[in-house]
Design a protein around this ligand. Structure first.
Ligand SMILES: Nc1ncnc2c1ncn2[C@@H]1O[C@H](COP(=O)(O)OP(=O)(O)OP(=O)(O)O)[C@@H](O)[C@H]1O
Ligand SMILES: [Mg+2]
Length: 232
């Protein structure tokens, strides 16, 4: 579905991502985890086609079928939910913007909120608008940067159920998260970044084995010491 080979991005002297390579299967969920500044947003931005790699190659679906949900919602808070979606549907030159807006409102359970101003919505519903915009292009690959960070536990559960539904429908999903347990629970595979390097890529079970049995620690604490052992 998507293939990255030796993706590298430099900002001046600093290398934000070095030599990242992986393939993504249809319907797969890949979680990207790692400390602040590890390069998660940089990697996702390159996969989304909004940031050019310094070197390396990326092949995947047509850019128009790649959905991007950035961490900071790019919505107009003074416009209504439906107005925001219509604006983005037009920007993406969708053949039938109104039909796409109705479909996305239904899919993200926002139909009842369609005429509300976005600034008046709760954080969870604003995040849904953000996701609805990413879904307008009916993506084959959906990329989300820390989608659950502003959500309460119930909204978070709903988000992961929703994402599971998308991946059952064949959409590949890549997301960054600081929630190691969430990555372990919902990712088919986990990619661990530290200072721009891919430190680990494999299943949650393999990550657990790599992190090792540290009886005194819960998984998150064990993960922190896994990074520490590798100099991060
Ligand atoms: N536009 C930019 N110009 C210069 N440096 C940048 C730019 N974008 C990112 N960087 C640097 O690249 C590195 C990786 O940043 P990135 O935002 O990808 O990390 P992250 O893993 O998403 O962090 P966080 O968990 O805080 O969101 C950091 O050192 C950052 O300062
Ligand atoms: Mg980031």
């Amino acid at each position: 579905m998507l293939s990255a080979r030796g993706l590298t991005r430099r900002f001046g002297e600093r290398t934000a991502i070095r030599d990242a390579s992986f393939d993504l299967e249809p319907g797969e969920q890949l979680a990207i985890i790692g400390p602040n500044g590890a390069g998660k947003t940089t990697l996702l931005s390159m996969l989304a086609g909004v940031l050019a790699p310094s070197t390396g190659e990326l092949s995947g679906p047509d850019q128009r079928r790649t959905g991007w949900v950035p961490q900071q919602p790019a919505v107009y808070s003074k416009l209504s939910v439906a107005e925001n979606l219509r604006l983005f549907a037009r920007l993406e030159r969708l053949p039938d913007p109104d039909a796409a807006v109705d479909a996305m409102l239904a899919q993200t359970d926002l139909t009842a909120r369609r005429d509300e101003q976005v600034s008046r919505l709760s954080g969870g519903n604003q995040q849904r608008v953000n996701i609805a915009i990413g879904l307008l292009c009916e993506p084959q690959v959906l990329l989300l940067d820390e989608p659950s960070s502003s959500l309460d536990p119930r909204q978070r559960e709903r988000l992961w159920e929703f994402i599971a539904g998308l991946s059952r429908g064949g959409t590949s999903v890549v997301y960054a998260t600081h929630n190691v347990l969430e990555a372990e629970r919902y990712g088919d595979r986990v990619l661990v970044l530290g200072d721009g390097e891919v430190l680990f890529l494999g299943s949650p079970a393999e990550l657990e084995r790599a992190v090792g049995d540290r009886p005194a620690l819960d998984f998150e604490a064990a993960f922190v010491s896994f990074l520490h052992d590798r100099g991060h």
